[in-house]
Design a protein around this ligand. Structure first.
Ligand code: ADP
Length: 486
């Protein structure tokens, strides 16, 4: 009998995406399915999701849900992967204009505790004796981030589920903390509202609930598994994480190689590979044209695709960007977030027509074109649980320039002499997380780009020939599941 896994997530590519969590939730279940796991995704029935799933059919009604009482459960498949998705259809919670967490103005939905409390509760019910589905009972409930953090608590304290739970931590910065009255509204026992439970500084913490009650914990890179046990990265939960330290497994994310592959990428005017890099030049030219940059094959083109927040460290680029442009570089940014950062980059773009392009917003095709058309990818994150963009940069022959943290440190090998010699060098790692540290690292990369073309090609090839797929990481998740149920 194949192992049955319920994979619970609040966003799943290509159905709905705000960041890396969606990429992982779209690709890891596919890889696990390939390893013989009988996996189903459980997610909220946002309008966009209901509209995109194939063969959607009603399979059950779930009762005893907090606040809303009942919801319908639909089952459909993601078109090209054939992964099964169970969707919670609750019109009052999920079918509205805006994003999964916030309205069109970026204001967090006031009823998020209910929206994600219900997601967690449905997961717990489906893993219990009173599940409304009789022909499919998961042995493992795999939760992801705070939005699913209450599931392990419901499973242990309320629904007495026999299934094992695991929570994957994709970003400790987001914890889902809400005023204590939600404990009652969400049907959680008041006994659990303590230090030994889901209470965190007087608030109900979804993420703490997950970390406290899950049978296993994983993070999206080995380095991040260690980092979160320290005050600098644990966002206040380092004490609890240290207590459970031996049970935290770091597994580096893979990438969806169907979606992110320069040899087949549908968003590029020309495909290319590590042995046929010429096409990359055409992609660069097309990108320069599209973004209104001067057509110049020799100008080093630096790229960024990112949320614009403190985490991503792009403020460290601002003090020196003009100098880089004056020295002949071009810069292309796609992203959105804090308005001060958006404005600062937009002002620099206005002052440097033909040399800086800033696109504020979310644009999937452009993100692929920047990844492929640029010469280097800049990612100076202050913390980065895994990071996917540096992996895409490696796959696309666009060496990443990164800070030495989390998954960046686990995936980018600095191009120092030793690593160039042993052919492991694939990017550039900052020595210090500061504007000066970033500038020094970019200067080092530029020097190699201009004056050591052969070495540059080798660095590109080293990255492009790595196996960045889910092959190995999915096996590690499977081993973790097997350990839990054995
Ligand atoms: P995070 O999840 O912290 O935002 P990751 O590097 O793990 O960072 O993943 C970000 C994902 O979101 C990548 O797939 C990236 O290409 C995508 N992304 C981020 N911003 C944009 C944007 N403005 N337009 C298109 N894709 C974006």
């Amino acid at each position: 009998m194949p192992m049955k896994v319920l994979f619970v997530s609040s966003e799943v590519f290509p159905l709905i995406k705000t960041g890396g969590l969606a990429d992982v939730s779209g690709s890891l279940p596919t890889a696990l399915q390939g390893l013989g796991v009988d996996i189903r995704i459980l997610m909220p029935g946002y309008t966009a999701v209901i509209n995109q799933l194939k063969d959607l059919q009603l399979i059950a009604t779930v009762h005893q849900l907090p606040h809303i009482g009942t919801a319908e459960l639909l089952l459909g498949t993601i078109e090209h992967t054939q992964v099964k998705v169970m969707v919670i259809k609750a019109k009052s919670l999920y079918e509205r204009e805006g994003g999964p967490y916030a309205d069109t103005n970026g204001q967090e939905w006031q009823d998020n505790p209910i929206r994600f409390g219900v997601l967690s509760k449905v997961a717990a019910i489906l893993a219990s004796d009173h599940s409304p589905i009789s022909d499919w009972q998961p042995g493992i409930v795999h939760c992801n981030d705070w939005q699913t953090g209450l599931a392990p608590a419901y499973m242990k304290l309320v629904d007495q589920s026999k299934a094992k739970s695991i929570i994957s931590l994709h970003n400790m910065a987001f914890q889902g903390s809400y005023p204590p009255h939600w404990v009652t509204t969400l049907g959680l026992p008041s006994a659990g509202f303590s230090i030994e439970g889901y209470e965190y500084h007087g608030q109900l913490s979804f993420l703490k609930a997950g970390i406290f009650y899950a049978d296993a914990i994983s993070t999206v890179s080995p380095r991040y598994a260690k980092e979160i046990q320290t005050a600098a990265f644990g966002f206040g939960l380092e004490g609890l994480l240290t207590k459970r330290g031996d049970e935290i497994k770091g597994i580096l994310n893979g990438i969806e190689t169907e979606e992110w592959n320069p040899e087949t990428d549908q968003h590029l005017i020309k495909n290319y590979s590590s042995t046929k890099l010429a096409g990359k030049k055409q992609v660069k030219k097309a990108l320069q044209e599209k973004l209104g940059l001067n057509i110049d094959a020799n100008a080093p083109l630096l790229g960024v695709v990112s949320r614009l927040t403190y985490q991503k460290g792009l403020d460290m680029l601002l003090p020196h960007l003009q100098k880089l442009i004056d020295s002949g570089c071009q810069f292309a940014l796609l992203g959105g977030g804090e308005s001060a950062l958006e404005t600062a980059f937009q002002s620099l773009a206005a002052a440097n027509p033909g040399r800086i392009s800033v696109t504020i917003g979310y644009n999937e095709p452009l993100s692929h074109q920047i990844m492929a058309g640029c010469d280097m990818f800049i990612m100076p994150s202050r913390f980065e649980p895994c990071g996917l963009n540096q992996l895409y940069g490696l796959a696309y022959g666009t060496p990443p320039i990164v800070n030495a943290t989390g998954g960046l440190a686990d995936s980018v090998v600095d191009s120092n002499i030793a690593h160039i010699e042993n052919k492991t060098a694939n990017g550039f790692v900052m020595v210090e997380a500061s504007a000066e540290g970033l500038m020094a690292c970019i200067m080092r990369a530029l020097d190699m780009f201009h004056h050591a073309k052969k070495t540059w090609r080798q660095i590109q090839k080293n990255g492009m020939s790595q196996n960045l797929s889910w092959d190995n990481s999915a096996k590690e998740y499977l081993a973790l599941y097997q350990k839990l149920v054995s």
